[in-house]
Design a protein around this ligand. Structure first.
Ligand code: G1P
Ligand code: ZN
Length: 544
């Protein structure tokens, strides 16, 4: 085998964001762009010689090209083996499981999650460590530092690997094993959930629609829902992954899944609707006449997890990202278990999960997961919901209402202002930060008194590391909250995210329309931050 050392020049923009390096395909297809980044990852790691690397992606445009490059660079750098999903496919949670299950050194996850795909869309590369989770900041910082000075990368002179053929292949001296992307993951799901009870529920007429959004969960959902759980064929829609996601936007929210949402709000619609995103780590849950916000879903799953065999001994603790509503905190309090608030991004849950301090984690951005892997997991959330429905024999709406009657309701919404001028957005956050010290104690309107105002700093209780400037929080004495932060996953300009939350006690009003319930906070947030005036936008781009 000939190892080639190819000279290269650095790119200045290869800083990994909230979840890996996401860029337009046009950026990624510049000469050596992929090579520089992957070599910089390997240069920032130690001790992988002869070890196994997992590679998989969500099937988006450019996956095939990038995977072949990654395999050659891995071979030249001395990995012993690559495990890659058939046709390059592995959902993000499945990749996490494969890394853990086969005790791999780490993995490359090729995805830009819920961002659009195709030649005009986005692409991404993320490195996951041996625990199956996204690399922590100390590694991503080292990778970024390396990308700024890299002057060569290694590759081998070997043909493309036939990714369509399951079995053993070679790239130079390195074994490349093409594996079934679904089998191991499906077995894991079967070990966690009461499949006979769910099968019985489908057999007795329960109906659902799962929208795979032309993305990676299609093969998983077909195999698990229609194959192992005997849901009728047709339960899974848009189930064939396509490089441009059927020319769609694989983000499972009420904007891009509007058709399914509308159907669930009619008597002839199914009992349950769910969807997942480009790489299969997000979830959308809709019951008949009831959309479940991701923050509520986290709380509900945590409160009911013991109904699934995999969690029957109870859960150790719950973690949520800071902007996620505090609904789960009330469940943790009642269960008498640990509750942690972390910065946005799944990588911050890894230490807590590894230390056994939490079992269930979630983010308001439609991500929920557990200690079974180290990524959020869309189908896992759907299956846990199905397990709960099968055991409780109630509708989603009934379960949600009972939950609110027990714990109270956290009205919650997120307003996104996308593709805002980066300088304007940066200044807006900076100016708001400057106001923070003057806010505590101040009254706004009749009922809002500021209890605290800060820029969130996280102290990781496991490794002692500190992450500062993770989002501005303004908390009120009645448990209402305004949070504002800049997205770390956008690829054009800046995305401003404004998160609003208000708590209603168990005996309070739970039937208000969400935007109405939050109106005073929405108006106050705009007064304090000047979002509309500074950005010139009258409305958010997306409301979730
Ligand atoms: C967004 C979400 C965050 C999630 C991340 C990756 O990041 O807000 O919760 O972990 O995507 O899916 P952001 O763009 O806000 O930095
Ligand atoms: Zn995703």
């Amino acid at each position: 085998m000939t190892i080639q050392t190819i000279e290269t020049t650095p790119y200045a923009d290869q800083k990994p964001g909230t979840s890996g390096l996401r860029k337009r395909v046009s950026v990624y297809s510049q000469p050596n762009y992929v090579e520089n980044f992957i070599q910089s990852i390997f240069d920032s790691l130690d001790g992988y010689e002869g070890k196994t690397l997992v590679i998989g992606g969500d099937g988006r445009y450019y996956n095939d090209v990038a995977i072949q490059k990654a395999i050659r660079i891995a071979a030249a750098n001395g990995f012993g083996k690559v495990l890659v999903g058939e046709n390059g496919l592995l959902s993000t949670p499945a990749a996490s499981h494969i890394i853990r299950h086969y005790k791999a050194f780490g993995g490359l996850v090729l995805s830009a999650s819920h961002n659009p795909g195709g030649p005009e869309g986005d692409f991404g590369i993320k490195y996951n460590i041996g625990n199956g989770g996204p690399a922590p900041e100390k590694i991503t910082d080292a990778v970024f530092a390396r990308t700024k000075v890299i002057d060569s990368y290694k590759t081998v002179d070997a043909p493309d690997v036939a990714l369509g053929e399951v079995g053993q292949h070679w790239s130079g001296d390195m074994v490349v094993e093409v594996i079934d992307p679904v089998a191991d993951y499906a077995a894991l799901m079967k070990s966690l959930f009461d499949f006979p009870a769910i099968r019985e529920m489908f057999a007795s007429g329960f109906t659902m629609t799962f929208d795979a959004m032309h993305a990676v969960t299609g093969p998983y959902a077909h195999a698990i829902l229609e194959g192992m759980l005997d849901a009728p064929r047709g339960t899974v829609i848009n189930g064939t992954p396509s490089p441009d996601f059927g020319n769609g936007h694989p983000d499972p929210n009420l904007v891009y899944c509007k058709e399914m949402f509308d159907l669930l709000m009619t008597p002839q619609g199914p009992d349950f609707g769910a969807a997942s995103d480009g790489d299969g780590d997000r979830n959308l849950i809709i019951g008949k006449n009831r959309f479940v916000t991701p923050s509520d879903s986290l709380a509900l799953l945590a409160a009911n997890a013991h109904l699934a065999p995999g969690y029957k001994g109870g859960i150790a603790g719950i973690a949520r990202s800071m902007p996620t509503s505090a609904a789960a905190d009330r469940v943790a309090e009642k269960l008498g278990i640990e509750m942690h608030e972390t910065p946005t991004g799944w990588k911050f849950f890894g230490n807590l999960l590894d230390a056994g301090r939490v079992t269930i984690c979630g983010e308001e951005s439609a991500g929920t997961g557990s200690s079974h892997v180290r990524e959020k997991d869309g189908l896992w959330a759907v299956l846990l919901w199905l397990n709960i429905l099968a055991v409780r024999k109630q509708s989603v709406d009934e379960i949600v209402r009972e939950h609110w009657a027990t714990y109270g309701r956290n009205y919650y919404t997120r307003h996104d202002y996308e593709e805002v001028d980066a300088a304007i957005a940066g200044k807006l956050v900076e100016d708001l930060r400057e106001q923070l010290p003057s806010l505590p104690g101040r009254n706004f309107g009749d009922d809002l008194q500021v209890a605290y105002a800060d820029d969130f700093t996280y102290h990781d209780p496991v490794d002692g590391s500190t992450s500062a400037k993770q989002g501005v929080r303004i908390g009120f004495t009645d448990a209402s909250r305004i949070v504002l932060r800049l997205s770390g996953t956008g690829t054009v300009g800046a995305t401003l995210r404004l998160y609003l939350e208000r708590y209603e006690a168990p005996d309070g009003r739970h039937d208000l329309e969400t935007q109405m319930a939050l109106e005073p906070l929405i108006a106050l947030a705009d007064d304090l931050a000047g979002v509309k005036q500074r950005t010139g936008r009258q409305e958010p781009s997306v409301i979730t």
